[in-house]
Design a binder for this molecule. Structure first.
Ligand code: BGC
Length: 746
């Protein structure tokens, strides 16, 4: 026994790691905490940036000192097992307690194999594929030393001005909940394996409801709306066993989300039984001073007492909690509770048993950016594109003749992956031009011109970081070149829209139309009389009213990740039919925002599709209420016909037939309206969906069982109930074009 112990110690496995293996978690943590000083406990609650990946991940010596002194529970933003192992060694070998670090990163839609942005992934409505994307992200990130990812972001938003809609799952609570669960399953598994990582659900709560879509702005909302519309995905993630939650930057009921006892303790822990830990968002405790809550010491104590366990980057816990413990503003039990939660997370990750579990340098070569991972990203990307218009079946394009490929996004590899690709390696990603040349080689000719700058607006250009990789030139000269190749071509394909940093954090927009010079070029290209296809790059719903009127085909390709080029070509040339469906409503005008399908009725409703302004009804003078493209909308290369709904008891079925010429996937959607209720209920709510595949000419019957859960809502007392009566059951291929029947339930 003695010999075995010596051997293990020689192998670098400490006595603490040995004891972690045999004991129950509580027992192990009790003994550990009994040996910790107050400062060491507070140290566990401190999280900081370890290095700046953008400058090559250089470590920060201040951070090393804090780790050695036992003043750090975790670090983030460091890439590479060598650098991470070095920090972990400082924690394990040089700090008195030898407690390993949490190593976090914003792994949002892939690590080096980049998947489409989350908003795009949600448009696949393919929860299994999204789960797989998280599984692959976990595998890659953990192969490079990461054990904790700041994902999924499950904030509901109905405001396309808010740039962070790119990181979420759109406007619907039901779909958002399904996606939340898929991400948690994919990242965490059961956390027992080397390739599983802890998820961090963010941003709790209501961050997507910032006023005017301006990032970090005020939020104010009724509890009814919170529970019915905004909370469900957070609840789903908690129930799926998420290991951690990140609090949001905004106010909830006038208090900061980071210091809101009701939100963090009564709802999250007592009602939802979440048992992981809560970390603040970046510097939130420090920001509370600007919100008018007082000084750092006061705010740190408020946050801890409310249920926050870890402080990201404000050093409020680190520098003030000891004093607050002394003067009684916080008590020891509260510090112990937070410390225990952090230690539990480390225990669950297996870090006490092996602090270097995630530092296996050999895995890097074998698990990251592999052909299988890239194939999964390509196949999922293909399912995220939403065909918005396809006049006279211009798409799919034939691989013949001359194709003019034009636009600032056509030959750029830094932008196509999208916002939040902290660990990405764009030099390895193909541009659309490269993929297209490969796809049509020997059959058609690709003529390329950038055509214009991203924008001539200096403010927008300056703000758009990634956009800088797009060469800047003289718009007139570029336009002349584009028109020249357009004149030679049989068809024009434009790769235009936003650059990656025009959505994401701190990228709120006050206009949603195609940027100036790009729109002007589109106008010129239309004048050639050649068919024009727009591949619209966007991290949000953009306003495509002009494009819908004037272009022949529009496909929203979002930011589709590292395999964007090949995936776009697969769909453009018909290897696959587009099958994505919108998970956010596309407005016809920014004045309609916030716009969402599952809204309440007014006392003076205007019927869908009304053509004229109606005095004293709920509408605008200049434009009608209908969106440009409704929630759930997306065309295919084939057509699907929906039969009438058949009701048998609580089972609603429809027969769906592929009546066109392509084998394709369709997303069949179930919506329900509670026709009479104790509180006003939305005009329709998604309650089920199925992604089906039908070969041409084929039919299938799709059935949904109407469960009590689908009918439930939070009533005025916030009880989760369903009320007997009439329900409108709707099934269709989008939220607008549905068949319906009434179901009466006692
Ligand atoms: C963002 C979070 C992110 C954190 C760490 C914050 O600014 O709001 O989503 O996880 O930074 O990078």
């Amino acid at each position: 026994m003695q010999k075995k112990l010596i051997l293990l110690v020689l192998m670098g496995i400490s006595a603490m790691q040995l004891s972690a293996q045999g004991k129950s978690m509580d027992d192990f943590i009790d003994r550990l905490m009994a040996k910790m000083t107050l400062d060491e406990k507070i140290g566990q609650l401190n999280l900081q940036v370890a290095g700046d990946i953008t400058t090559g991940g250089n470590q920060n010596t201040q951070v090393e000192g804090l780790i050695a002194g036992g003043n750090m529970g975790g670090v983030f933003n460091l890439k590479g097992t060598d650098k991470i192992r070095a920090l972990q060694e400082i924690a394990v070998k040089r700090s008195r307690m030898g407690i390993p670090l949490l190593i976090g990163m914003d792994v949002i839609h892939g690590y080096e194999t980049i998947f489409p942005i989350p908003l795009a992934m949600s448009c696949s409505w393919n929860t299994a594929a999204v789960e797989q994307s998280a599984r692959i992200a976990a595998k890659e990130a953990s192969a490079d030393g990461i054990n904790w990812v700041y994902s999924p972001m499950v904030d509901i938003s109905v405001d396309a001005r808010w740039g962070r809609v790119a990181e979420g799952n759109g406007e619907d609570p039901y779909l958002g909940s399904e996606m939340a669960r898929a991400y948690i399953r994919g990242y965490q598994g059961d956390l027992s394996h080397k390739d599983e990582v802890m998820a961090c659900v963010k941003h709790y709560a209501l961050y997507g409801a910032v006023e005017a879509g301006r990032d970090y702005n005020t939020v104010d909302m009724s509890h009814l709306r919170m529970y019915n519309q905004y909370f469900p995905p957070y609840l789903a993630a908690a129930q799926a066993g998420a290991g951690s939650f990140m609090s949001s930057f905004n106010l909830v009921d006038g208090e900061h989300a980071t210091a809101n006892h009701w939100l963090l303790t009564e709802v999250l822990r007592n009602q939802w039984h979440f048992n992981g830990f809560v970390v603040t968002d970046y510097g939130s405790i420090g920001e509370m001073t600007n919100h008018g809550f007082g000084n750092l010491k006061h705010n740190a104590a408020l946050a801890l007492n409310a249920g926050t366990d870890m402080d990201m980057c404000s050093q409020g816990f680190l520098n003030t909690l000891a004093q607050s413990a002394q003067d009684g503003t916080v008590d020891m039990q509260t510090i112990d509770r937070a410390c225990r939660r952090i230690l539990e997370a480390k225990y669950k990750l297996g870090l006490f048993a092996d602090p270097y579990k995630y530092c296996d340098a050999k895995r890097r070569a074998k698990d990251i950016f592999t052909p299988e991972n890239r194939l999964a990203a390509r196949e999922l990307a293909e399912q995220t594109f939403v065909l918005l218009k396809n006049n006279r079946q211009l798409l799919p394009l034939k691989k013949q003749g001359k194709i003019a490929l034009i636009g600032p996004l056509a030959n750029d590899r830094a932008n196509i992956a999208g916002t939040w690709c902290v660990a990405y390696t764009p030099e390895r990603y193909a541009t659309i031009k490269e993929s297209m040349e490969r796809a049509v080689m020997g059959k058609a000719q690709v003529l390329y011109a950038q055509g214009c700058n991203l924008t001539r607006d200096p403010a927008l250009q300056k703000a758009a970081e990634f956009g800088k990789s797009i060469p800047r030139g003289d718009d007139e000269q570029m336009k002349a070149e584009a028109l020249r190749i357009a004149g030679e071509a049989d068809v024009i394909v434009c790769a235009m829209g936003e650059c990656a940093d025009m959505s994401g954090e701190s990228s709120s927009r006050a206009t949603l139309e195609m940027p100036d010079v790009q729109r002007e070029l589109l106008m010129e290209l239309c004048k050639t009389g050649k068919p024009v296809v727009l591949l619209n790059f966007s991290g949000r719903p953009t306003v495509l009213t002009w494009e819908q009127e004037h272009l022949d085909a529009i496909m929203n390709v979002w930011f589709a990740g590292s395999e964007a080029g090949d995936a776009i070509c697969d769909v453009l040339f018909g290897v696959k039919s587009p099958s994505g469906k919108l998970t956010m409503t596309f407005p016809q005008n920014i004045g309609q925002v916030p716009i969402y399908y599952n809204h309440l009725n007014t006392g003076r409703p205007v019927p869908e599709g009304a053509k004229e302004y109606r005095k004293y009804q709920s509408n605008y003078l200049e434009i009608r209420n209908d969106p440009l493209y409704p929630f759930g909308y997306g065309l295919s290369y084939t057509s699907f016909q929906y039969g009438d709904i058949m009701l048998q008891g609580r089972t609603a079925s429809v027969t769906v037939t592929n009546t066109g010429d392509y084998d394709a996937d369709e997303i069949v959607q179930l919506y329900i309206q509670d026709l009479v209720a104790s509180i006003s209920r939305p005009i329709k709510e998604l309650k089920g969906f199925q992604r089906i595949h039908l070969n041409r000419g084929e039919s299938t019957t799709v059935s949904f069982e109407i469960t009590d859960d689908m009918l439930k809502f939070y009533n005025a007392r916030l009880d989760h109930v369903w009320e007997p009566g009439d329900f409108k059951i709707m099934i269709g291929g989008n939220s607008r074009d549905v068949k319906n029947v009434t179901l009466h339930l006692e």
